[in-house]
Design a protein around this ligand. Structure first.
Ligand code: ATP
Length: 402
């Protein structure tokens, strides 16, 4: 039996997209989306512009009908349920406040239209206004509010409905950088206060996604590539795209070669040959084969030689450009005609044109299939033996179980 909330409304246990497609003019803008969102979860849909985030959210809201597939809220198939009958509230990038109504009236508008009881309305408006810190603004018109204040009123309008599911589409993108950071924190706090409310949040900003989401779903060209916690997305990208999209600065991805010699596994890239660390060797997928691969090295893992205990071979590079972030410096460096981004210490201050020696952390390489661009590393070292396919007779390589 489904749990019942304080208003006698059955609670939505889980939201599920089941094989959902959306076609516009014969083009699939969402392709076979399968995604479960847990009750109370803050799930972020992230991806570059045009990847289908908003369309997915609009299908969940009932503003678009899937071309194929079903959408479930708990055990209720809502695919054909009109927006008004789904227990959801939406906040969009545009605040959509009524300019001729003050804040109080803007907050009261929805409940009045829905003919909700008036007796408790004032108290609810005050509660929501207190929660958002806008009680002192109730008499103001939207024109007399700052961007952040308007955004809070828009949130208040969604909150007053006490939804089970909150849908937010880039709600912070109109705010300046400082306010965006502040509102991010406020939204997380708000979500924590509204214990069982599920939030689905759309953004193209991977920093916003990583800082806010309990889990983050990465979309590209209408396809869901990976859904994971922020940490797992960063540590275990399942594809080159996720590796490059998540993390700033962007992951360096260079061509390389995987090579098995006797009991050892080597990676050759950037003109250097390095044996694969025990940890990574234990995580190689069974299908990994001798031959070309793509090697991912995060800028945080490419540093001045001598900085990490498990370094690969030293690489001479020339500094091209330095970007100061305040706490560290990321430098574009050149080696063998290739440009890479490396993290350098602030002191001594690196200079453009300077020759330095850098090395990568051998434990933190990422390996991808050169054709499918999928990761060749599984998350845990589980197998005691891995078999590396070679053009010669198959070799079995002993790998310690970690
Ligand atoms: P953004 O971050 O730019 O908002 P998005 O990931 O949210 O992008 P969507 O708005 O879902 O992307 O759009 C996905 C694709 O579907 C885009 O190519 C867009 O042009 C197309 N699209 C969206 N709505 C329609 C429509 N009503 N008719 C035709 N094409 C549409």
């Amino acid at each position: 039996m489904r749990p019942i909330d304080g208003r006698g409304v059955p609670r939505v246990n889980e939201i599920r997209f089941e094989h959902v497609w959306k076609m516009f003019e014969g083009n699939a803008v969402v392709s076979d989306l399968n995604l479960g969102i847990r009750q109370g979860e803050f799930l972020v849909l992230v991806g570059p512009s045009g990847c289908g985030k908003t369309t997915s959210l609009r299908m969940l809201a009932g503003l678009e009908r899937p071309s194929h597939g079903r959408i479930w809220m708990g055990d209720h198939d809502v695919t054909d349920v009109p927006t008004g009958q789904r227990d959801i509230s939406m906040v969009f990038q545009s605040y959509a406040l009524y300019p001729n109504m003050n804040v109080y009236k803007n907050l009261a508008f929805g409940p009045k239209v829905r003919k909700e009881p008036r007796a408790t309305l004032q108290q609810r408006i005050h509660e929501v206004a207190d929660m958002l810190g806008i009680r002192h603004l109730l008499d103001r018109s939207p024109a007399a509010l700052s961007g952040g204040q308007r955004q809070r009123v828009a949130l208040g309008r969604a909150l007053i409905r006490e939804p089970q599911v909150f849908l937010m589409d880039e709600p912070l993108s109109n705010l300046d950088a400082a306010l965006r950071v502040q509102m991010r924190a406020e939204l997380i706090r708000l979500h924590q206060r509204l214990e069982n409310t599920t939030t689905v949040y759309v953004t193209h900003d991977q920093v916003e996604a990583l800082t806010m989401g309990d889990r983050v779903a990465v979309l590209k060209d209408g396809v869901l590539l990976q859904v994971d916690t922020a940490n797992d997305l960063y540590e275990h990208p399942e594809s080159v795209f996720v590796g490059e999209f998540i993390g700033s600065p962007r992951m360096n991805v260079v061509p390389g070669t995987l090579e098995v010699t006797g009991d050892n596994i080597f990676v050759e890239c950037l003109g250097l040959r390095s044996d694969l660390s025990h940890e990574l060797a234990g995580r190689l997928v069974a299908s990994a084969s001798n031959g070309p691969v793509l090697v991912g090295i995060r800028p945080h893992d490419l540093h001045i030689k001598g900085e990490s205990s498990n370094e690969g071979p030293v690489m001479p590079v020339i500094i091209d450009i330095c970007e100061h972030t305040g706490t560290e410096i990321f430098a574009t460096v050149e080696t063998g005609g290739m440009k890479l981004i490396a993290r350098l210490p602030r002191s001594p201050t690196p200079q453009a044109g300077e020759s330095i020696e850098v090395a990568f952390n051998r434990d933190r390489l990422h390996l991808f299939d050169v054709t499918s661009h999928e990761s060749l590393l599984q998350r845990e070292a589980q197998r005691e033996h891995i078999t590396i396919a070679t053009s010669e007779p198959v070799e079995e390589v002993e790998v310690l179980k970690s």
